[in-house]
Design a binder for this molecule. Sequence first.
Ligand code: AMP
Length: 181
Amino acid sequence: MNGTYTKAVLALGSNLGERNETLTEAVADLVDPPEVRLLAVSPIVQTKAVGGPAGQPDFLNMVITVETSLTPQELLEHCQAVENKHHRVREVHWGPRTLDVDIITYGDFRSNDPTLTLPHPRAASRAFVLYPWSLIEPAATLDGERISTLATRASDFGDLAPFDGFGDFDGMPTAGAVEER
Ligand code: AMP
């Protein structure tokens, strides 16, 4: 810890189990320690699972911004601890749940270390990161370009869809869900 707070952008994704519940709990876990304070939460976007095994559920992705007094390495370890907590099998009925948490940026810090590369090396080409991020930080740039511009250029931009809460639970949709068809 260094006593001062640095803004960081975190990307979360889940495509197994109760994906929305996993993301909700993960956000709470990520900002649970006093060293990590929540700044903004993006909407959840749905991304078609392209390739991979047939019948794979779509990904749910979102971005949060935080300010943290953790060092980049400490923040990575914290994110990995939250990932590990959600990788466990909680109940046989729901099966395993998966969670991926990436650090997209940590202030202006740059690193080529493979264990923590910053900004995240693939963020500039992933619409599922860039688009939700652009909704909470419209003026943000990456590699000198507006993230919204990068989002529309990304090959997965057309695979994004709003998440309405349907299809994530074997019963009633998430409260507030609105059918868009
Ligand atoms: P993945 O399974 O694709 O999430 O990759 C996890 C690995 O990527 C871990 O071993 C991390 O040390 C490494 N890594 C490198 N840069 C980052 C980053 N910016 N955010 C999260 N993990 C990273």
